[in-house]
Every structure is written in structure tokens, then in C-alpha cells.
Write a protein that binds this ligand. Structure first.
Ligand code: GUN
Length: 283
């Protein structure tokens, strides 16, 4: 079991630190508050939002959830964001994705004040990340780094192979890993000879969204495996992108799904919300 990278346990340590920081801010009469916007009735999104609310409660952060009808017009949603941007009591704003098709996701994300963009999704914050300026940390990528660091796994000089090039995980993770002096390869659906890359990975990150995508024969013995996937299998059970049982046999360390990367994503969100409260109060 020592070879399992337990995100539930690692996230508890982050939450303890966050809780202490929230208490210190309370002593200075600063209440930390995160606003979460949920549009529509997507079941998975509703669960993610509930988990975020619960984590806020555990750490003393006020969570304000705004549930909106799936037919909401883009303009109405943008107006709500404008009001939250102006609201001095709100430190962080998160719009749960995906959004219904009538809404331009990019426009919505970029409308969030960059000092309240605790997801680190908007263009300004991603730009800061790329050039290495101090800013919010992208939640899933930074959660992965924290998980590795808690286990004292050094990524300096390692070949990190990321399968998946999304704006939320693959791309920002590549830049964070580069900052930590890793050598990074990003693979995707059009990569020729994917196995050549995955087999050369010291650290392999699967962020594909396909059950059982990474099999034992694609992995180097002793590699570290990070599974970002959250899929539902035929039996309705949550599973990742990695065929866990067989890859576990060859990996040095591996994240489970659930209980691996997911809790670390939320832990980073909490850290970012506290950071937002600090910079907005010039601390
Ligand atoms: N949908 C899936 N993951 C995320 C996330 O990390 N943040 C937001 N806002 N939406 C998501």
C-alpha cells in the first residue's frame, strides 16, 4: 500500500494548513469566501461542486453556491460574474465547467477578475504561469506536484510524459513541471507511436478521459503513474484512465481513482482562495 499515492491523506495536510491560515485571517477580520457558479443539472458537476462546498466548510472558508438554470442566457451569466467581481466580500470565483452550448466558455472564464480566478483558467493567469510569475496555481496540476512533493519524489531531470493536452490539465501541468526542471513531453490523440513515449516516462500522467487507456505494456518498470481520469465504467463505478491492477504490478508509485488526484485538485482550490483573500487585502 506504500506504493499508492493517497490523495485523500495528502489533501488533509494541505487542508490543515489552509484552516490555520483562514483562522489567522479571521483574527484580522478577514472572512475568506469562495463563490461557485453551477449552471444546469449535470450530475457529475453537481457532485464536484458539493465536494468543493464541503472542503470549504471543513477549512472555515465561506462558500456561496449560485445555481442557475441550464437555459440561462450568456449575458445574464456575465452580469452575475460582473457583480461577483465587484463584491468585496467574495475573494474567489469559480464557474463549474462544462457550460451549456449557448454559452461561450472562454468568454465567461475571461470575464472573471484575474485576482479572483482561483481556477487559474483565464488567459492572463495562464500567461503568468507560462512566464513563471507569481499567480494562482492551476488546481489539478499543482495538486499533482504537491502529491509528488509530499512523497519526496523529485521531478528534477525526470522525463515526465503527459498524455492529454487540455487547457485545464495537460498544458498547465507541462509548464509547472518545466519550472521544476523536468523534461516534459506532451502526447495526444494524434501522437504517432504513443507507446514509445509512455514507455520512456519516469513519471507518466494520464489525462485522457478513457477507461483502461494506459496498460501495463505501455509503462516502464519503476515508473510513477498519475491518473487524472474520472470515468464511469459499465457497472457505474468511478475509474481512471489507467488499468490499475496490472499497472500497479510494474509501477513504483501510482494514484488510485477515486482518492488520488481529485482531492488534491480541491486542496489547491482552497489554497488559491486563501491566496486571493491575501492579495485582495494587500497582505
Ligand atoms: N470541470 C471539471 N474540472 C473542473 C475544474 O477543475 N474547475 C472547473 N471550474 N470546472 C471543472
Amino acid at each position: 500500500m506504500d506504493r499508492i499515492l493517497n490523495g485523500k491523506e495528502a489533501s488533509k495536510k494541505v487542508k490543515e494548513r489552509v484552516k490555520k491560515e483562514v483562522e489567522i485571517l479571521k483574527e484580522k477580520k478577514i472572512e475568506v469566501c469562495l463563490a461557485v457558479i453551477l449552471v444546469g443539472k449535470d450530475k457529475a458537476s453537481a457532485i464536484y461542486v458539493k465536494n468543493k462546498q464541503k472542503a470549504c466548510e471543513e477549512t472555515g472558508i465561506i462558500s456561496k453556491t449560485i445555481e442557475l438554470d441550464e437555459n440561462i442566457k450568456e449575458k445574464e451569466l456575465l452580469d452575475i460574474i460582473d457583480n461577483l467581481n465587484k463584491d468585496k466580500k467574495v475573494n474567489g470565483i469559480l464557474v463549474q465547467l462544462p457550460l451549456p452550448q449557448q454559452i461561450d466558455e472562454k468568454k465567461v472564464i475571461d470575464r472573471i477578475d484575474d485576482l479572483k480566478d482561483v481556477d487559474c483558467f483565464n488567459v492572463k493567469n495562464i500567461g503568468k504561469l507560462v512566464v513563471g510569475e507569481n499567480c494562482f496555481l492551476p488546481c489539478t496540476p499543482a495538486g499533482i506536484i504537491e502529491l509528488l512533493e509530499q512523497k519526496k519524489i523529485d521531478i528534477k531531470g525526470k522525463h515526465c510524459v503527459i498524455v492529454g493536452r487540455s487547457n485545464i490539465v495537460g498544458k498547465p501541468l507541462a509548464f509547472l513541471m518545466l519550472q521544476k526542471d523536468a523534461t516534459v513531453s506532451i502526447c495526444h490523440s494524434k501522437t504517432s507511436n504513443l507507446e514509445f513515449f509512455t514507455k520512456s516516462a519516469d513519471i507518466l500522467v494520464a489525462a485522457v478521459g478513457k477507461e483502461n487507456f494506459i496498460t501495463k505494456d505501455m509503462v516502464k518498470k519503476g515508473a510513477i503513474i498519475i491518473d487524472v481520469g474520472i470515468n464511469r465504467n459499465k457497472e457505474g463505478k468511478i475509474c481512471g484512465d489507467v488499468k490499475f491492477d496490472e499497472v500497479f504490478e510494474v509501477a513504483e508509485f501510482i494514484t488510485p481513482v477515486p482518492g488520488g488526484v481529485g482531492p488534491m485538485t480541491i486542496a489547491t482550490l482552497l489554497k488559491n482562495t486563501v491566496f486571493a483573500a491575501k492579495i485582495q487585502n494587500k497582505l
